[in-house]
Design a protein. Structure first.
Length: 119
């Protein structure tokens, strides 16, 4: 599977990697129960320092999206409730950011609703 990771300069790399890995888990690129590449493999795939990769993976583990099996490596959780909960958190954060940006632009709720109904 060809991995695609894109990074920008304005956000710390580990946060971008964390977001992109979370997205790949949520959409099923990395399926529940699947084995993840090693830290070194991720570093090669992404072109990111292994310490940065480890930092992102540690946060994923703290969020229970991945688990480490001591001798086997890192795996995506098989708990679909955890993945669903994370999907809702990402949705909430995305909508909150969108609404904040629309407020800055003085776009009313009615304008947003009208636009969305036209889609």
């Amino acid at each position: 599977m060809e991995e695609k990771f894109i990074f920008s300069d304005n956000i710390p790399i580990y946060k971008q990697l964390l977001e992109q890995l979370t997205e790949k888990i949520i959409i099923g690129t990395y399926e529940p129960g699947s084995k993840l590449p090693s830290v070194r493999e991720f570093a090669l795939i992404t072109g990111v320092n292994p310490n940065t990769v480890q930092r992102a993976l540690t946060e994923l583990e703290e969020k229970s999206l991945i688990i480490t099996k001591r001798t086997s490596g890192k795996f995506v959780t098989e708990d679909k409730k955890i993945i669903s909960k994370m999907k809702k958190e990402v949705l909430q954060s995305t909508v909150d950011d969108f609404l904040k940006n629309m407020k800055k632009l003085n776009v009313s709720k009615e304008e947003i609703i009208s636009y969305l109904q036209g889609k």
